[in-house]
Design a protein around this ligand. Structure first.
Ligand code: NOJ
Length: 575
């Protein structure tokens, strides 16, 4: 088998969410100079590319995913010159940098939208999606259809100026662009893509990449939640009729003219549809994020409707993400955290009794899977979810706060409201987006060394025990383990990055064992065994061969050949 090595396939990518990375000017908000000051730390970690979440000008209703000027920087984060310094600072160190491409919608503060909303015959009226109201039997004004916003309530917003509704699949201030309009598409290409590619960025993470083409009938979505008016619109707004035409055009007209990479966020997928986006010969995007693993237990259209999962579901999800490209020319991604997900050590490990062991176990899983690897800021030190004792007031994310408000409106008069509320809080405490958005814990200094003043959102209480500085000085820390694991991934890249993946103990509810092979007879196999339980379990190799241990997350003195301690993991090379 010949392997098609490519820089973006080999790469480990480190995601930075600017508001919470590092504050350099003492205003309590992370900024670009703060990121620049940590570039050597990032390089030392052993990653190759930085993915910077939106740093553009924005009123921050959705923390920068509501962009009011693609060609400028949020003043809280810095200036255009700072951004150029960041791009150059990465390149000098041999790092690349990709930006977020958020072009399904803009902010309602964007000049394009201000112009569009100003009158029915504005030249940019058609750049957004405007519809006339509907009226019910009593003559009350209603949205044009029953589509639900991802952030609760209707996906339509009434605008007094012209007496019409605009579509906004996300927050109120995030109007959807009308990709049907060619002039609008060209403006997007120039402003959101070319502007940055010409300044040296090395590619994009494409926000909600499957949403640009909407079903033009704008009919009602099928009823999914029987007790709700508004319904998930995915069958009419995701993977729509012209979506591939749009991606092909964007690649042909802009992206293909630069040596850059793209990774799309894919919210609703099946294998056949996915391959249309990321099949190499399709010339759309290089790879995509699939959410089966991080969304385990969550209802696809409402993450706060949460039920339990077991290790078999977990294995299934890992397998799906890796297998969908089998037999094709497509490429996949590996990730377990990002700015929209909780912390993996809380969600999939044990962040109290076995914090270090389970954070390292997840590092072993991530660094041995096939595809381009993404690590989220703080994951490398095992940052955890926010404390359970924190009240809803500490949660800042529009997704969580809107959901909570709607919930209170709906249930506050019911006799079991308190019980329902405490159950919801348990789920929020497990899966809210806020958990990954608390400031990075740099040291045991006040505010975790993130800032010299009270940060825009609270630092997790556990910063004195979990922080970068402490872990830099500890050879057995999670941070050091990530550094070693990233090296090992590169050392055996034919097995880990490019190799095949086969689960050996599918029915085992405690242990996850798999083999990675390069497909070549000459090279050895990798054998990965991960105890995902808090129990001590027996260990007997499931294949024959000469086993050489190359990675372990327990101290040598605690290592027992024939058993695995709680959350123990091992990586062997088998000849
Ligand atoms: C996906 C982004 O990851 C998320 O943070 C954002 O809220 C939505 N897209 C809307 O842009």
């Amino acid at each position: 088998m010949t392997i098609d090595y490519t820089w973006w396939k080999d790469a480990s990518i480190y995601q930075i969410w600017p508001a919470s990375y590092k504050d350099s000017n003492g205003d309590g908000i992370g900024d670009i100079p703060g990121i620049i000051s940590e570039l050597d730390y990032i390089k030392d970690l052993g990653v190759d590319i930085i993915w910077l979440s939106p740093m553009y000008k924005s009123p921050m209703e959705d923390m920068g995913y509501d962009i009011s000027d693609y060609e400028d920087i949020n003043p809280d984060f810095g200036t255009l010159q700072d951004m150029q310094d960041l791009i150059d600072g990465c390149h000098t160190r041999g790092l690349k940098i990709i930006c977020d491409l958020v072009v399904n919608h803009t902010s309602s503060e964007h000049e394009w939208f201000k112009e569009s909303r100003s009158s029915l015959d504005s030249p940019k009226r058609d750049w957004y999606i405007w519809k006339k109201p509907k009226y019910d039997a009593e003559g009350n004004r209603q949205p044009p259809n029953n589509w639900m916003s991802y952030f609760s309530g209707s996906a339509w917003e009434y605008d007094e100026t012209t007496g019409e509704y605009y579509l906004r699949l996300f927050a109120k201030g995030q109007p959807d662009l009308n990709w049907e309009n060619e002039e609008c598409r060209k403006a997007i290409y120039d402003s959101a893509l070319k502007f940055w590619l010409d300044r040296g960025v090395d590619g994009f993470r494409i926000d909600v990449a499957g949403f640009y083409s909407k079903d033009q009938s704008f009919g009602d979505a099928p009823i999914f939640f029987k007790d709700q008016i508004y319904q998930p619109s995915k069958s009419l707004t995701s993977n729509g009729p012209r979506i591939h035409e749009f991606h092909k055009e964007m690649t042909r007209e802009v992206i293909s003219k630069y040596d850059v990479m793209t990774v799309g966020e894919m919210c609703h997928w099946n294998k056949e549809e996915a391959l249309k986006y990321v099949g190499a010969s399709r010339k759309e995007m290089n790879m995509m994020f699939i959410f089966d693993l991080v969304e385990l237990g969550c209802e696809n259209s409402d993450r706060f409707l949460y039920s339990h999962w077991n290790l078999l579901d977990f294995k299934n999800a890992v397998q799906n993400q890796s297998d969908f490209i089998k037999g094709s020319d497509a490429w996949s991604t590996v990730f377990i955290e990002n700015h929209d997900q909780p912390r993996c050590v809380t969600r999939f490990g044990n962040d109290k009794k076995h914090h270090a062991a389970s954070a390292k176990l997840l590092a072993m899983l991530q660094t041995t899977l096939t595809g381009t690897l993404f690590i989220y800021q703080g994951q490398e030190i095992g940052m955890t979810n926010l404390p359970k004792s924190w009240s809803i007031e500490e949660y800042k994310d529009v997704y969580t706060t809107n959901y909570y408000k709607e919930f209170v409106k709906k249930y506050e008069n019911e006799p079991d409201f308190e019980d329902k509320k405490s159950k919801l809080m348990d789920v929020i405490n497990l899966v809210a987006r806020d958990h990954s958005r608390s400031p990075v814990q740099w040291s045991a200094a006040r505010y975790g060394g993130f800032s010299t003043v009270e940060p825009w959102t609270q630092v997790n209480d556990n910063y004195p025990e979990i922080n970068v500085k402490l872990q830099q000085h500890n050879p057995d820390s999670v941070l050091r383990f990530y550094q070693q694991s990233l090296k090992l991934r590169k050392q055996y890249k034919d097995l880990f990055i490019y190799g095949s993946f086969e689960i050996l103990d599918y029915d085992n509810e405690k242990v996850f064992t798999y083999v990675k092979e390069s497909g070549s007879d000459v090279l050895p196999k990798a054998y990965v065994v991960l105890n995902f339980s808090g129990d001590k379990v027996e260990f007997t190799p499931l294949i024959k061969g000469d086993f050489k241990l190359v990675s372990s997350n327990v101290m040598e003195s605690e290592f027992e050949q024939s058993s695995l301690s709680p959350f123990e993991g091992r990586i062997y090379i088998v000849e």
